[in-house]
Design a protein around this ligand. Structure first.
Ligand code: HEC
Ligand code: HEC
Length: 195
């Protein structure tokens, strides 16, 4: 009898928390416990201040989740980031993605070279980047936002795609980056970091 009552109470509690979740759907996502670890490199709320650590704040939730999954399953690797992605459940990846996506991105302090940025913009138009990344490189779902990302990080990623060091893009970026030389990548970095 007592055991039955315990189970009843437990079921009731589960029901209440499920109901609580549904009611809280419109509220901003709660900060996941693991986010504190991420912030030691990616900055408070993912608003990174160091160019080797990409800005996560304001990135699309879907893209963040997919990258965590790729690091976790070894499709993308980096000596600093890969160890951070092990021992993480799908739900934790989703929660981290949703939380960082909802944070405010930092204001970029990168000194844009106007001449290079102009060339970068022309290259982006010629290559139809915004067909996938949307106008202003705002990103959508699995296609990342690149606007306001660090120059150094953008250059590294475009180079890694071109040299097939980063291969988790199902071919989209490796074929695009194959058409870019170093000067194009430098110019695109100035254009995108300044958006
Ligand atoms: C020790 C430093 C460090 C910590 C801690 C860290 N990261 Fe990273 N993270 C990196 C680096 C470096 C990169 C860039 C790798 C590259 O150049 O490809 C990265 C890349 C990423 C990316 C890909 C971003 C993009 O635009 O493609 C995501 C998502 C990410 N980290 C999420 C997290 C989360 C979530 C945590 C916490 C669980 C975390 N990171 C903890 C160093 C770190
Ligand atoms: C056919 C669609 C498509 C086109 C065209 C495209 N991209 Fe991408 N891009 C993607 C996708 C999808 C990803 C994410 C790949 C992944 O999942 O790892 C990406 C990733 C990136 C990244 C890495 C972002 C990060 O946070 O790590 C950069 C930088 C980038 N694209 C810049 C560009 C530029 C510049 C152009 C044009 C010269 C371009 N892309 C054209 C689809 C596209």
């Amino acid at each position: 009898m007592r055991r039955w009552m315990m189970q009843g109470a437990l079921a009731g509690a589960l029901f209440m928390s499920a109901w609580g979740l549904a009611a809280a759907q419109d509220a901003p996502p709660a900060k996941p416990a693991k986010a504190v670890v991420c912030e030691s490199c990616h900055g408070p709320g993912g608003a990174s201040t160091q160019p080797q650590y990409p800005v996560l704040a304001g990135q699309t939730a879907r893209y963040l989740y997919l990258q965590l999954k790729d690091f976790n399953e070894g499709r993308r690797s980096d000596p600093l980031m890969s160890p951070m992605s092990t021992d993480m459940t799908r739900d934790e990846m989703r929660e981290l993605g949703a939380w960082f996506a909802a944070q405010k991105p930092p204001v970029s302090s990168f000194k844009v070279d106007a001449e290079k940025a102009k060339r970068g913009q022309a290259k982006a138009e010629e290559t139809l980047c915004t067909m996938c990344h949307l106008g202003g490189f705002a990103g959508q779902n699995e296609v990342p936002k690149v606007a306001g990302q660090f120059y150094e990080y953008i250059v590294k990623q475009l180079t890694d795609f071109r040299e097939h060091k980063r291969t988790n893009d199902a071919g989209t970026m490796s074929s695009v980056s194959g058409t870019l030389n170093d000067a194009d990548i430098d110019a695109l970095g100035h254009f995108l970091a300044g958006l």
